[in-house]
Design a protein around this ligand. Sequence first.
Ligand SMILES: [Zn+2]
Length: 352
Amino acid sequence: MGKGQNTETITKQLDTVVSQLQRKNAKVAFFVGAGISTNCGIPDFRSPKTGLYSNLRKLNLPYPEAVFDIDYFRKKPKAFYTLAEELFPGKFVPSKFHYFIKLCQDKGILKRCYTQNIDTLERIAGVSDDKVLEAHGSFCGNHCIECSEEMPREKLRAFMDQKKIPTCANCEGYVKPDIVFFGEALPDKLWEFWEEDIDDIDVAIVAGTSLAVYPFASLPAEVGKKANRILINREKCGDFDTNPRKSDIVLLKDCDIIAELLCEKLGWSEDLEALWLAGNKSVRGKPENEVEPSSSQKDKAAATATEIAEKVEAGLEYDKNEEKNKRDKVKNKENDEDVDVLAGVVKKISIT
Ligand SMILES: [Zn+2]
């Protein structure tokens, strides 16, 4: 997996990164993707064979991404909500890499964390609201898709616990978490933050992403020339591959392993361990000696993707039945409605 990167090369590169992070008033920005969350047991969406979309492809969806399509959701919301149940924040513990980001914040060097992930694990790790930008939205807030009325997390959760589709108290439209669906715009805040940050970053750490989804993928390419860019990923990708800069550092290793090595060299190991153990305790309620090593979760992520797809299939069945029920109801009502429409027309005429 290291593609010819030996330990000596990696040690040397890590030393360079450490010296960059230790520079006075260093400003560090992260650009992260699914790869930093797979160790938490969250399946990658786009992995060719094990990813969520690959698993969803077997189902009776018009296309696998339909689960995140706003028009599809408007008609058949259950498929998404089945998936949401599986991915809903609360059962996953942030990875060591998430806690490394949090440590950068604690040490006063975190400028921003741009994430493509919707899992809110950066927030759960303790990265503050003004430091994290979920480019593709997240489970953090919820709004009605028709009138934009907000719904608090607890209320949405209550609907989900009753296996109901959350609906707006204002207009009865469907409510969904603020995950950016296909056909929706990226958050305005992304561009506000980016304008502020683009030329004000000293170290740009790109991790766990193959830089395939635009416009996010173009951010590391746009980052100011004074920034040192670091890629931590399974393979070289994006601008690091097609338009490399002389100062680029590429670390083809597991994100958590790199986080541990960096923390060791920075003298942050104890802090990292303390955060990691506290995280496990608060999410899983596990005593310290039962904490699973972070890497053991990775295989689970692939298994979870299959499991999720199976559940979504059941969700589709539900949508189909709901649709049939609605159709039957409409049929029965058709005559009545014709009368209603007529009545409406008569009313209009009499008003005007
Ligand atoms: Zn509404």
